[in-house]
Design a protein around this ligand. Structure first.
Ligand SMILES: CC(C)(COP(=O)(O)OP(=O)(O)OC[C@H]1O[C@@H](n2cnc3c(N)ncnc32)[C@H](O)[C@@H]1OP(=O)(O)O)[C@@H](O)C(=O)NCCC(=O)NCCS
Length: 193
């Protein structure tokens, strides 16, 4: 489902996959070749969400924002594994967030970081680029090795292939809904609910 909210419709790039039972709503931008998998929620109703090109949001993940305060910004070539909660946070390009992790308001995950599975990233936490972040609550464990970097790069590129395989199998390329009276997004002055 790709739905407008208060005159703000999701803005979609080229060749994006959005699973039929995912919800993408409101002030959300999705970059080219991104993919939103089964049962995800991307809810841009009280602030905005930006998701870059070639980024994948895997099954059961939830992306939300905080009214007035925190949008959620996700870079290019990012992988969000299954069952992740992202709330009002910023993720640089080339980040991988492991399964069942939660990242809270104001946290900033630097470019190329790996956030280990099952981590809790506290509000306002700053992760330096190219580091491994892990734990409950998460701390910086070490710089990423070459093996980690290869792993991180392998996941987003596989997901670009996977969504193309779904298109070949007849699944539709995502289309933005048409709206009669479009309203500006939150960045451009839309009133916060
Ligand atoms: C992080 C990960 C890649 C392991 O990396 P690694 O370099 O082998 O990690 P190590 O075993 O050397 O551990 C390094 C430190 O991080 C900790 N750590 C590693 N994985 C952790 C996890 N998932 N949760 C908490 N701590 C973790 C270790 O306890 C260790 O801590 P210490 O130095 O204080 O003792 C792996 O645990 C992980 O989370 N992979 C992501 C899996 C995933 O989500 N896959 C889906 C992708 S689509």
């Amino acid at each position: 489902m790709i739905r407008p909210f208060q005159g703000m419709a999701p803005k979609l790039g080229q060749r994006i996959f959005v699973a039929e039972n995912a919800l993408v709503l409101g002030d959300v931008e999705l970059g080219d070749d991104s993919s939103i998998w089964f049962n995800c929620v991307v809810r841009g109703d009280v602030n905005y969400v930006q998701i870059g090109a070639r980024t994948n949001i895997q099954d059961m993940s939830c992306i939300h924002v905080t009214n007035h305060k925190w949008p959620t910004l996700i870079g290019d070539e990012v992988s969000i594994a299954h069952n992740v909660m992202l709330h009002g946070c910023t993720l640089g390009n080339g980040v991988l967030v492991g399964m069942s992790t939660t990242i809270m308001d104001g946290a900033v995950i630097g470019e190329g970081c790996l956030v280990a599975a099952g981590s809790l990233v506290r509000e306002g936490f700053i992760a330096p680029p190219h580091t491994l972040i892990a734990g409950w609550p998460a701390v910086v464990k070490k710089d990423l090795s070459e093996d980690h970097r290869l792993f991180v790069a392998s996941v987003w590129s596989r997901y670009v292939r996977y969504k193309e395989a779904y298109f070949k199998d007849g699944w539709p390329i995502a289309e933005a809904p048409e709206i009669t009276h479009p309203q500006p997004g939150f960045k451009d002055g839309h009133p916060y609910p």
